[in-house]
Write a protein that binds this ligand. Sequence first.
Ligand SMILES: [Zn+2]
Length: 123
Amino acid sequence: MNGNRTSIRCHCGQRIMARDVMTTGLYLKLFGPSYVYVKYRCSRCKKLGEDFVKQEEWDSGILRNVTEEVRAEEKVRYESLGPIDINEVIDFHFQLENGNTLKDLMASPPVGKKVKQKSSTDR
Ligand SMILES: [Zn+2]
């Protein structure tokens, strides 16, 4: 519930983030709480470490805290990419259309315009 206790720290005191986590495993127990096994490499002292966290604490605290810090970066990235991607598709679509019509006008005019030109010259 409260995220005070639910952080993994290296022996040197560095907080372990999602990027430091190498492997996680779930230890299910028939009796008592299940534990999440976390193997990490400290980003400060570069030492390997491992920790066991209660699954309920992992679910409610650590995982959320750690992933949110990763997701925050990715979220911004994706949020900026998302709408741009749609606009880019639309822009690209219009660019293709404009490019095609421009090219058609410049290089070889469509058949319909030739007919129009002929009919206009006749009159
Ligand atoms: Zn460390």
